[in-house]
Design a protein around this ligand. Structure first.
Ligand code: HEM
Length: 375
């Protein structure tokens, strides 16, 4: 029996490949910022705990300054997390509405509570970074914020896996029609969430390597960021590899077979693996050297983009192949293409991306200010 609602009142106004392309690009950008935030927040918490009450020119002062460099950027990072989450949410609703609306309603209470959690987590980020700048003990504020954003990630993972399990929807609704409960018993959920959480540590390592060439840091802080970031990336990439194997193994047999047969998904997996290889190289170079290097920070940027793109395409494959098994083929959606609107949309999209690139170039050319918590 097909559990998806049969109504699909509005045909898609643009080809599926176009929606998919835009979805993958925007979701990759959302994932980059989510991972940077999840990981660098946790690192900033640990460093501010270790550096609490630091005296000038001590190793503890170095840790506190590094924590400050990471924490100061978190509120801006959160802006990007939110803004880059909106476009893929719209594309996902257009492509998979009958699946994602149903799962969102079934977990209605936790799903809507994301708004409250996000507001509190965001407020705590501001408190955390300003408390570090004022030299106050702040690690617990950061830890609270991290616990909140990690639970938001868990709610997202729960919804994105529940939308693939129409066979449990009726039973969940029978248990709670109010939508109190999160789904249980899905073997793919835990590795999927842990993959995002551990990926955060890899991205935090890459982010620290990138920041180590920032002209607004002292040389000692630059070296500290580079070496610590390299070590973090090295260790976490190994754990992430293990979680990735668990994640693939937890998928149903037919999905694994489909992933192995389609060239696009294989290329995505190779791209992701290549990016992890690059992380290992960069991590080792940064961890062992006393000097920061510019090519390492550009390499970190490239590895981050490649990893996010590879994972997003592969994850898209997991979703499509799972849904096909359950009689939902996204590629056979009804179309009624409106090319003039599509053209206008694309023109505005390109203009928006151009504007963003210009804004980033202005930020990068800006005169640096020296950042320091303890001198
Ligand atoms: C602290 C804030 C946030 C965190 C930690 C977070 C984390 C995550 C994680 C971990 C996933 C992957 C879930 C999985 O597949 O296992 C995800 C997916 C997603 N997030 Fe976020 N997110 C945040 C905020 C937002 C916001 C504000 C929006 C939109 C307004 C958003 C939109 C999305 C969308 C659309 C997806 C996946 C869509 C798809 O599968 O097609 N996120 N997020």
């Amino acid at each position: 029996m097909n559990s998806f609602p049969t109504v699909d009142p509005i045909p898609l106004p643009a080809p599926v490949w176009l929606f998919k392309g835009l979805h993958i690009v925007t979701l990759s950008l959302h994932f980059i910022t989510v991972e940077m935030m999840l990981g660098s927040l946790l690192v900033a918490v640990v460093l501010s705990f270790l550096g609490a009450g630091a005296l000038p020119n001590t190793p503890a002062a170095l840790r506190l300054n590094a924590a400050g460099a990471l924490a100061r950027r978190l509120p801006v990072l959160m802006t990007f997390v939110i803004n880059l989450g909106v476009p893929p949410l719209l594309f996902a609703q257009v492509l998979y509405g009958r699946a994602i609306y149903t799962s969102s309603i079934l977990i209605g209470v936790p799903w809507i509570s994301v708004i409250v959690l996000l507001t509190v987590g965001y407020w705590l980020l501001y408190r955390f970074s300003s408390a570090i700048d004022e030299g106050r003990r702040a690690w617990w504020l950061g830890l609270l914020s991290w616990l909140i954003v990690a639970s938001i990630a868990k709610i997202y993972s729960s919804n994105m896996t529940l939308m693939l399990r129409p066979e449990v929807w009726k039973q969940m609704y029978a248990v709670s029609a109010v939508g109190w409960n999160l789904p249980t018993g899905d073997p793919t959920l835990m590795p999927r969430w842990l993959f995002m959480m551990c990926g955060g540590l890899v991205f935090a390592g890459l982010w620290m390597i990138w920041l180590s060439t920032s002209r607004s840091q002292d040389t000692a802080v630059q070296t500290y960021l580079s070496r610590a970031g390299g070590r973090l990336a090295l260790v976490s990439v190994v754990i992430l590899g293990g979680i990735a194997c668990w994640l693939v193994q937890s998928q149903p047999e037919a999905v694994r077979a489909g992933l192995g047969q389609k060239l696009g998904y294989q290329l995505a997996a190779y791209g992701w693996a290549a990016s992890m290889g690059l992380v290992l190289l960069l991590g080792a170079r940064a961890a062992l050297s006393k000097h920061t290097c510019l090519w390492c920070s550009w390499g970190a940027l490239a590895a981050g983009f490649l990893a996010a793109l590879g994972w997003t395409i592969y994850r898209d494959g997991i979703r499509d192949l799972t849904l096909v098994q359950k009689n939902y083929d996204v590629w056979s959606r009804a179309l009624e293409v409106n090319w003039s609107v599509v053209g206008l949309f694309l023109a505005l999209f390109v203009a928006g991306v151009g504007l963003l690139a210009w804004l980033i170039s202005v930020v990068m050319r800006a005169r640096p200010v020296t950042e320091r918590v303890v001198s």
